[in-house]
Ligand binder design. Structure first.
Ligand code: AQP
Length: 326
């Protein structure tokens, strides 16, 4: 049986990109194997963040997980920082990753290229080591991620091969699974950039009001010309809206292109907004009910207990293999 693991960092307010690239698919994993979904709060500390924002974002993610249809009876939902084995495994595994490899990571280069060395914390550099520990701690076989995390999974696989070559079959080799439609939703104001919660220009936030969402989509940057077709390079704005539409409707991109081929930009955008709201409004309602009930706190507590039970088995296996007496 597959062991599936995924998570979201509480670095900011969740966006439509997080919904399409991650949340929307989580409930389907429940039919495919044993699922662990966590809130990657330790990862959120790798760049400066206000403590009250971090707390609020973490609670929101728990509620969004439940609103997206994750059933705590089927899925282990937990906070990374509630399971100390993540940090313990990281303390061991970081010795099997090399500086040269970490320096090549695109995410590190993207996030830190404009920063001064004296402002770059060790955590952001060593991010892939903690991420590998998150995955390997649960013997995960399948890791659903966005396109830009694939490189980190490849590094995790290198680490597994290196470690197992030295100590025997101790770690489980994971594979990345990238969302087919909507693997990269772009900013509405600059469709050449990813829609990101930590760089919130041109984002649609999952908590935005209906009128705000509609307004953002209606004023999304489009491209010259008036035809609607998919061409990421020459028509990035239109292509992004087509991707959003097909992801929300759960249809192939080619069907969306066919549907809109004789539309004008204005009518096209209106239908994209309708498709987004048709799904987001009930989702927002479920989120609010869960937040107000406070039930997510119990879910996190029970989830952490379950996660610890699995994690300690793997940690013990690794400790024994490397020669730690415990
Ligand atoms: N624009 C996006 N399009 C498609 N999928 C996306 N995801 C994020 N943005 C998009 C997916 O959401 C999940 C959350 O990942 P994360 O929080 O661990 O980190 P991320 O990918 O780096 O997301 P952000 O929003 O861009 O966060 P920051 O700004 O903090 O780096 C992942 O499955 C991701 O693919």
């Amino acid at each position: 049986m597959e062991r599936i693991l995924s998570g979201i960092k509480p670095t900011g307010k969740l966006t439509l990109g997080n919904y399409i690239g991650a949340l929307k698919h989580f409930k389907d994993f429940q039919e495919q194997g044993e699922v662990y979904i966590f809130i990657a709060d330790l990862h959120a500390l790798t760049l400066p963040i206000d403590p009250s924002e971090l707390r609020e974002n973490s609670k929101d993610i728990a509620c969004f997980y439940l609103a997206s249809g994750l059933d705590p009876k089927k899925t282990t939902i937990f906070l990374q920082s509630d399971v100390s084995m993540h940090a313990e495994l990281n303390a061991i595994l970081q010795n099997y990753l090399y500086i040269g490899e970490l320096k090549r990571m695109t995410q590190f280069k993207d996030k830190c290229s404009k920063m001064n060395d004296s402002a770059i914390g060790l955590g952001i550099f060593a991010y892939p080591s903690l991420m590998a520990s998150d995955i390997l701690l649960y013997d995960a076989t399948k890791v659903p991620v966005g396109e830009d995390q694939v490189q980190h999974i490849e590094l995790t696989r290198d680490l597994v091969n290196r470690f197992n070559h030295r100590y025997g079959e101790i770690l489980t080799l994971p594979k990345a699974e990238v969302t087919k439609v909507g693997k990269r939703i772009m900013s509405l104001t600059d469709p050449t950039k990813k829609m990101s919660k930590s760089d919130p220009k041109g984002d649609i936030f999952l908590k935005d009001e209906e009128s705000v969402i509609r307004k953002k989509i209606m004023s999304a940057k489009t491209d010259s010309g008036s035809e609607i077709y998919f061409d990421q390079e020459n028509k990035p704005g239109i292509s992004n809206l087509l991707t959003i539409y097909s992801a929300m409707k759960g249809i192939d991109l080619s069907l969306a292109v066919e549907h809109f081929k004789n539309y004008r930009y204005g009518d096209f955008k209106k239908e994209v907004a309708d498709a987004v709201l048709e799904e987001l409004l009930p989702f927002q309602k479920r989120y609010l009910e869960i937040k107000e009930s406070g039930m997510y706190l119990e879910v996190l507590k029970a989830g952490a207990e379950k996660a610890r039970t699995t994690a300690q088995v793997v940690l013990k296996r690794v400790k024994d293999a490397v020669g730690l007496l415990s």
